[in-house]
Design a protein around this ligand. Structure first.
Ligand code: SAM
Length: 260
């Protein structure tokens, strides 16, 4: 996959592409990337890229001319082009899987108040939000999207790791990951559940599925509302509900709308 990120501050992105799993994916030839400085496409002597918003109001908006030239130079009309914006469609794992299937992806980062609407209408396929909050720039949001997408490209990390993680579709359901433990098996007075040290693979798998369902029920019950829930998950869910769904719920949800 080739990823181009269009930004006024490409230096904010460099470290990510040059480090860790991404750097390995690039070295292996699984990912190609280009960090494009939008300012290079501003033709005036000050390389101006923003101006006041028509109609008034605080803040500046990114100018359409440099952006249009930049997007044309990347061939954006023929490639999936994503604009990061808090008013976009909410990003999630299924969305990441969809984008990971593209051969080329252009990610446009906004700054200031965002970009002129005509650029969105002319070039953008997807307006994407990473959550219901406002960041100061699109670079951080773009990195979230690129990170979630590139790790799904075959060969970047093992397929097994992807299936066994939250939203990974274990057992065909959109569950949160089960609790995990490492050495020592006794930490203070807290002991690792016996089943995990038993070496009995079927029992371990059964425990993990049950704990995944319990955690999902406690933290993100809406994920269990899907009509396509596998029979085994439905059966265990019914048992857990009868038992009282005993995974600790969040003590307080900081995002709750009715919170005082
Ligand atoms: N005026 C915009 C609004 O109210 O929707 C907010 C602009 S924000 C200060 C500057 C840039 O940060 C946006 O153009 C966008 O690229 C990025 N951004 C901020 N929050 C974001 C979010 N939740 N998801 C994706 N991008 C975001």
């Amino acid at each position: 996959m080739k990823i181009r990120v269009l930004s006024l501050f490409p230096e904010m992105l460099e470290g990510f592409f040059e480090s860790s799993i991404m750097a390995r994916a690039v070295k292996k030839g699984l990912v190609e990337y280009e960090l494009v400085n939008i300012r290079d496409y501003a033709v005036d002597k000050h390389h101006k890229c923003d101006d006041e918003v028509f109609g008034g109001g605080a803040g500046m908006l990114m100018l359409p001319d440099p952006l249009g030239r930049c997007l044309d130079a990347q061939g954006a009309r023929d490639k999936r082009t994503v604009f990061m914006t808090p008013s976009g469609r909410l990003f999630n794992q299924a969305y990441a899987r969809d984008l990971a299937a593209e051969e080329e992806l252009i990610v446009l980062c906004g700054h200031y108040e965002g970009v002129d609407q005509r650029i969105i209408e002319e070039y953008v396929d997807d307006e994407v939000s990473i959550g219901d909050y406002v960041l100061s720039s699109g670079e951080v949001a773009a990195l979230v999207l690129v990170d979630a997408v590139f790790r799904l490209i075959p060969g970047v990390i093992t397929g097994e790791s992807l299936e066994e993680e939250s939203f990974g579709g274990a057992e065909g359901a959109n569950l949160l990951e089960y609790p995990q433990y490492t050495r020592p098996s006794l930490y203070g007075t807290m002991k690792v559940p016996d089943v995990l040290t038993s070496g009995h693979h079927a029992n371990i798998a059964g425990w993990r599925l049950r704990e995944s369902i319990r955690k999902t029920l406690a933290y993100r019950p809406e994920l269990l509302a899907s009509a396509g829930l596998p029979e085994e998950v439905k059966r265990l869910l019914a048992e857990i509900v009868i038992e009282g769904g005993s995974h600790e719920p969040y003590p307080e949800d900081p995002g709750r709308a009715d919170k005082a």
